[in-house]
Design a protein around this ligand. Structure first.
Ligand code: ADE
Ligand code: ZN
Length: 329
């Protein structure tokens, strides 16, 4: 059975990573940019592994060079999310790609993204909030500049700060200054960890960056004490099973730990990460959870509630979305 009509809450979506390949190809053509190597013959994104994925991601993103481009991108991404039943989404935004971390330029990009999000809300009822993410393999100095962009624009739309990119690059403590700055500005925090590094990387991330949510976090399953800690501290996991299986973190859905983590009392949510790159949608994630682990309507309601309660939004928005979820149950 398809879960397309089931309402969904998504907390982990990279804006550029959600770009329809068609949109990127069209923009490249309009500007005469050669994107050799970015696309497979069937028009989907082509990459060999996670590290090559990061390169292709940056190459595809290089065609997005103005606030207007990001407005077009945001419109396309939110229209697709809404079509998949998503009623609330949090998107990772990158000042690195939006104006090269210049605060003035970043403000213009963010304004354009926000206008597109408001149009999508009026048209499709989908609500978006933004989380600025620094990119780990760009290093701690750029991360500070990114945190400054976030701190200068924090408010009811830009509500969070995080870190993405190559988890194997540097140590969590290298980024504590950026996270401290974001925390002091009042931003809520999430960090990618436990995707490419195991429990030690997760512990360092929790101890140094003190996020309330983890992007992925799934490799905590390799250490039962860490699973207990995550459950006891109420750390929320933004689990992206389709992404993990496509990138080879786990060989198949059956062996993905999402069910075990949930059974251990961890607050689990489910997202797509970079849907066209991983040939997935929120509908497919729900369908696969139902097919693989037998999840039913009550499980999806619980999943959505957990996500909405962990959302980086104001209480009025949270209450309104929870009401929609309860009404649909
Ligand atoms: N950037 C986009 N997708 C990512 C992922 N899955 N992990 C780390 N950085 C990313
Ligand atoms: Zn991610």
């Amino acid at each position: 059975m398809s879960h397309r009509a089931t309402p969904k809450v998504e907390l982990h979506l990279h804006l550029e990573g959600a770009a329809p390949p068609r949109l990127i190809a069209d923009m490249a053509k309009e500007r005469g940019i050669n994107l050799n190597g970015v696309f497979a013959e069937d028009g989907s994104y082509a990459y060999r592994d996670f590290w090559h994925f990061l390169e292709v991601y940056e190459a595809a993103t290089s065609v997005l060079t103005s606030p207007e481009d990001y407005q077009r991108l945001t419109r396309a991404v939110l229209a697709e999310s809404a079509a998949q039943g998503v009623i609330y989404t949090e998107a990772f935004l990158s000042p690195d790609f939006c104006g090269g971390r210049d605060v003035g330029a970043w403000k213009e990009y963010l304004h354009a993204i926000r206008e597109a999000a408001e149009a999508a809300e009026r048209q499709d009822g989908i609500t978006m909030r933004g989380i600025v993410t620094c990119i780990r393999h760009f290093g701690p100095d750029k991360a500070r500049e990114t945190a400054r962009c976030a701190a200068e624009t924090m408010g009811d739309f830009l509500t969070g700060f995080g870190i993405a990119g190559d988890e194997k690059s540097g140590q969590a403590r290298d980024f504590d200054y950026a996270f401290d700055m974001a925390r002091e500005a009042g931003l809520r925090l999430t960090a990618h960890a436990g995707e490419w590094r195991g429990p030690k990387g997760i512990v360092a991330t929790l101890d140094h960056l003190k996020p309330e949510r983890l992007g992925h976090g799934v490799r905590a399953i390799e250490d039962p004490e860490l699973v207990d800690r995550i459950a006891a501290e109420g750390i929320v996991l933004e689990v992206c099973p389709g992404s993990n299986v496509t990138l080879g973190v786990y060989p198949d859905w059956q062996r993905h730990p999402v069910q075990l983590l949930r059974e251990a009392g961890v607050k689990v949510t489910v997202s797509t990460d970079d849907p066209p790159f991983f040939h997935t949608t929120m509908t497919r994630e729900f369908d696969m959870l139902a097919d693989t682990f037998g999840w039913e309507d009550a499980d999806f309601l619980d999943l959505n509630r957990t996500a909405m309660n962990a959302a980086f939004c104001d209480e009025t928005t949270r209450a309104a979305k929870l009401k929609i979820l309860e009404g649909a149950a």
